[in-house]
Design a binder for this molecule. Sequence first.
Ligand code: RNT
Ligand code: ZN
Length: 412
Amino acid sequence: MSYQSAKAAFADWGVDTEAALQRLRSIPISMHCWQGDDVRGFEQKTGTSGGGIQATGNHPGRARTPDELRADLEFAYSMIPGTHRLNLHAMYLDTDATPDRDEIEFGHFTPWVDWAKDQGIGLDFNPTFFAHPKADDNLTLSHPDREIRDFWLEHGRRSRDIAAKIGAALGSACVNNIWVPDGYKDTPTDRMSARVRLEASLDTMLATSLDKSQMLDAVESKLFGIGVEACTVGSHEFYLGYAIRKGTLLCLDMGHFHPTENIADKLSSVALSVDDILLHVSRPMRWDSDHVILLDDAILQMAQELVSADLLGRTRIGLDFFDATISRTAAWVIGTRNMQKALLRALLMPLDTLKSAENALDFTSRLTVTEEFKDMPFSLVWDEFSARENLPTGRALITELDRYQSSVSGRG
Ligand code: RNT
Ligand code: ZN
């Protein structure tokens, strides 16, 4: 079967494959830098692991320098159709200087900005509130000690400023996503004070209003983490309310909820109250394990909701996974392409037919169509998408991924 016959098969259902391909081409995915080096970053002075974030595995080839990370990213982008973005964390600064977190400046990131310009990609940013001695208690912006709070406040303020400068330099709004590890291992007595402190810190941090064409604030909730099993200060309810009150983006990380919750189901509810959404597409296995995303039901449902609810225009799609047991570059390529494949499938669904059946309470037809559609030749449309950019699929892709991995396996 060829693309032409697949095109005809979809057209038979009233689905325009060309429109789907064109749409897919225009959706940037913000690829996370931290898959390339197991969330270590490039700080010289500080930087310890922590915050409940755990990359496991010791596959060879971890990027040890910004140059290595950029080379790995260039390879990954070269295997992924479309033009995407890079999501940087503050601890990935590229400088000989050794600023502490409360001393970082735009200048420490200019090599990334120059590179992004060169690549024609946009950048997103994150303050790093973990992997630092002042975060060892898993308390930062909600710490009872004012001095510690002030230290992290300064880090947050500087991150916003850097994000705005990045956005201005690249002519594309840089999302600055705030996630703090704050929480308690055992049942706290005074949750209220901790949340009041977090809110006050965020208010201070976000007090300066910055140009939304340059930077956008986002806040990310979490259910629990290693070491903060009993209570996370920045819970979903906390940040949902905060984002609504303050007009920030709400970041939904797919690993940050109870394992049986359907994150796709949340989009339409949240979208009624916040203007813009940030996604951290991830795959939790039993906990927030950040496995590489598969083309599985959770991702397919997420993509279908984005398309069906017409939310692509106000959702930033970011990825958040890290696996050190496999080729790190392959992980990026597989995960990012899976997000695109899910979007493509969603764009190829006969949503009008399905919505009409649903509105007529004809749930039999709805079920028949969704199940019959599983046999449609989605892969031929995907292959066409890749072929138009001369990108390999299948065995040819595996050869390319292996070749690159061999070239970095000798890194110490
Ligand atoms: C942690 C959050 C957060 C981080 C990154 C590195 O649980 O998901 O988004 O993974 O900031
Ligand atoms: Zn996340």
